[in-house]
Design a protein around this ligand. Structure first.
Ligand code: SF4
Length: 526
């Protein structure tokens, strides 16, 4: 369903992108609906960065607001640069759909001289740029806030020099963090990834970019009741994480932990206060901020209701005095992630707390006055069956007073590039299916409410997470036939490539080179 743009515009407050004139046009495509785009701080941050660049005007595009830009109904193909931030593998389908619908050539190497340059960044780009490679002229690796204005200026220079599309891309390819896939040719033999042949003069590997978060603010600029978070103003207080959970893609992308100074955080709160009384604090482990209490006191004093992106159970367990602040913030449900019911596996993953500490922590949370706790698990683990997760939940629930509520959310363990599990062999699809049945049946018996990820979507995520560009380039053909989630279509595609749909995603590569080895992820050693 296409939303009514005029109605949406009337409900927006804060930054008006329409008010900016500029020689060049940047279209920020969001690979999802309007409500999710407006709730995405990374997307809003890119819009603001481009808006602040002197020569640029910026417009938006969502999957449910039509095939022309949101602001002035311009065809996307008239943009100078089309930018996308991708968070998850599945969003590649939205990218392809957006391009097909809006008349933009999907494949980067077929785009004509006068078509916009497609620049893709975000977490997915920093995990495995090869699955974006067929569609992007440039993939930006790492955090872009500090580099994006300079990259736009470098593109302007290329225009002034009257460089061709190919020359422009070559010119930009030496810019830190810029990966131009067309200059790199992956070499694959069976299940061995043999590295890349390159055009002369481009970098050997692309160094992931990391920013100094104390140099700039990241908070919402456009507020609307139609956002998924309903008028909530978001601000990022830290980035990265001090823990090293083996499976965690977020930890691998954003390491090390960097905190924003309290003065900067307070200034962001002051800005948000002009537009909203709902505050969402974003960070991998928000409780780790050294002045967390001061931040919360300041927010409450400014009459905010406060929510959090995620809390680490280990940090909360060490700082239980923070529970009283969470109650004052009006938190009704706390989400924590044991991931596994087996203490040894949790230890191996890097999740710290033993069974007793978990029970103790959950009891403390309920005693503090927070009525609901949601526990997040990964199932389909090669380490142990879901029985152990159920045992853990069963023991916990027996100790909980009936007026309190425990619920569960689950997803499947998909090993991600750059994590310690990147080369792990996954369980089969059938084993995942059995695990899901076992887990859901056990939860139903215990009368515990739950929600979980779709098995099919998770398998496609597994398929794409460690894939190469040869597989990714088939996505537009699959989407033309029906949609990207039909298994039989994928089976045919993989068979033609000499890969088995049921087996290949489980352990795609032998050896220690992978498609994502093009990234120099120096943070991995920190
Ligand atoms: S604590 Fe959370 S964000 Fe940090 S590494 Fe572990 S799972 Fe990732």
């Amino acid at each position: 369903m296409i939303l009514n743009i005029t109605h949406l515009k009337n409900l927006e407050r804060g930054l008006s992108l329409n008010n900016k004139m500029g020689k060049y046009l940047f279209v920020g495509c969001f690979p999802g609906p309007y409500e999710m785009g407006m709730a995405n701080l990374g997307y809003q941050s890119v819009l603001k960065t481009v808006f602040d660049s002197p020569q640029w005007r910026v417009e938006r595009l969502f999957t449910d607001t039509g095939i022309r830009t949101f602001e002035k109904s311009i065809p996307v193909a008239e943009a100078d640069i089309v930018g996308l931030t991708l968070g998850f593998e599945i969003e590649i389908f939205s990218l392809v759909q957006l391009f097909m619908d809006s008349g933009l050539e999907v494949y980067a190497n077929k785009r004509a001289e006068n078509q916009p340059l497609v620049l893709v960044g975000g977490p997915l780009a920093s995990l495995n740029p090869e699955i974006i490679a067929p569609f992007a002229d440039i993939v930006f690796i790492g955090e872009s806030e500090e580099s994006l204005p300079d990259l736009l200026t470098a593109w302007e220079e290329a225009q002034d020099l009257d460089l061709s599309r190919q020359e422009t891309l070559f010119y930009l390819s030496r810019f830190p963090g810029v990966y131009v896939p067309r200059f790199y040719f992956p070499m694959v033999k069976g299940s061995i990834f043999k590295g890349f042949e390159k055009v002369g003069g481009v970098p050997e590997r692309i160094q992931k970019q990391r920013v100094d978060v104390s140099r700039f603010e990241v908070f919402s600029h456009i507020y609307t009741s139609q956002s998924f978070f309903k008028n909530m103003g978001l601000m990022e207080i830290n980035r990265g994480c001090s823990y090293r959970c083996r499976f965690c893609a977020g930890g691998a992308i954003y390491r090390p932990l960097r905190q924003r100074p309290i003065e900067m955080v307070m200034k962001m709160i002051d800005n948000l206060e002009k537009f909203t009384s709902h505050l969402g604090i974003i960070g991998s482990d928000v409780l780790s901020h050294p002045q967390w209490e001061d931040i919360i006191k300041y927010a409450i004093k400014n009459a905010f209701t406060v929510n959090f992106s995620s809390l680490s159970a280990v940090t909360l367990s060490r700082r239980r005095e923070y529970l009283s602040y969470l109650v004052k913030c009006g938190i009704k449900t706390l989400t924590l992630a044991p991931e596994s019911g087996d203490a040894e596996t949790r230890q191996y993953f890097g999740k710290g707390l033993d069974d007793e500490e978990w029970t103790d922590l959950i009891q403390n949370i309920f005693q503090s006055g927070i009525p609901k706790v949601k526990l997040y698990f990964m199932i389909g683990k090669a380490f142990h069956s879901a029985e152990k997760d159920l045992d853990f939940i069963h023991k916990l629930s027996r100790k909980i007073n009936s007026k309190h509520q425990l619920s569960v959310s689950y997803s499947f363990l998909v090993p991600k590039p750059h994590t310690d599990l990147e080369n792990m062999k996954s369980l089969s699809f059938l084993a995942w299916k059995k695990e899901r049945e076992l887990f859901e049946t056990g939860l139903k018996k215990m009368k515990i409410r739950f929600s979980g990820e779709s098995l099919r979507v998770a398998w496609i995520e597994l398929l794409l997470a460690r894939a190469d560009r040869f597989l990714a380039q088939e996505i537009p053909n699959l989407m033309k036939q029906k949609n990207g989630l039909v298994f039989n279509q994928w089976k045919t595609v993989l068979k033609k490539m000499g890969r088995e749909f049921d087996e290949w995603p489980r352990h795609p590569w032998e050896g220690d080179l992978y498609p994502w080895s093009i990234i120099d992820n120096h943070e991995r050693r920190l």
